[in-house]
Design a protein around this ligand. Structure first.
Ligand code: HEC
Length: 124
């Protein structure tokens, strides 16, 4: 019971701060809930911010933002709300960094390398 209340409280806090927040925590919680069922990469910073999906500072050039802004994703179920899309856009525009506020983690912690392993459901 306590856990359910905590989750409900966290959801309320998230919902009320989502428009102002541009940090990665809000982005990852949202993508984890809405996309990770089909995309394993949606569970990690490296996966989400992979160069194949995110061009830091340029939401319009980022596949991640393109697919949600055009409602191509999520593939099924409820589309992202305007606020949720705006959150992704703001986070990418702010540099797509893993932290919440400066000082940001060292550049060595930024994503690099190939696209992650395909997820178990057969997607890339
Ligand atoms: C019901 C399953 C499903 C859900 C949920 C889903 N996707 Fe997808 N996604 C797919 C499939 C299947 C493809 C490959 C076909 C295509 O590109 O349309 C894909 C492709 C993609 C791609 C391009 C390929 C890649 O992996 O980079 C991106 C980016 C993407 N999805 C983002 C998202 C985001 C962001 C969400 C959550 C808001 C999401 N998807 C939710 C099924 C899903």
């Amino acid at each position: 019971m306590k856990k359910i209340l905590l989750v409900a409280a966290a959801c309320l806090i998230l919902a009320s701060t989502v428009s102002a927040q541009t940090g990665f925590t809000a982005v990852s919680e949202m993508l984890g809930a809405r996309c990770a069922t089909c995309h394993e990469w949606a569970a990690s910073y490296k996966g989400i911010a992979d160069p194949a999906r995110v061009v830091a500072s340029f939401p319009e050039k980022s596949l991640l933002y393109q697919v949600v802004s055009t409602d191509r994703m999520p593939r099924s179920g409820v589309k992202l709300s305007g606020k949720e899309k705006a959150l992704i856009k703001a986070w990418i525009a702010a540099g797509a960094l893993p932290g919440e506020s400066p000082p940001y983690p060292a550049a060595s912690e930024q994503p690099s390398g190939p696209v992650p392993e395909p997820c178990p459901c057969g997607l890339k």
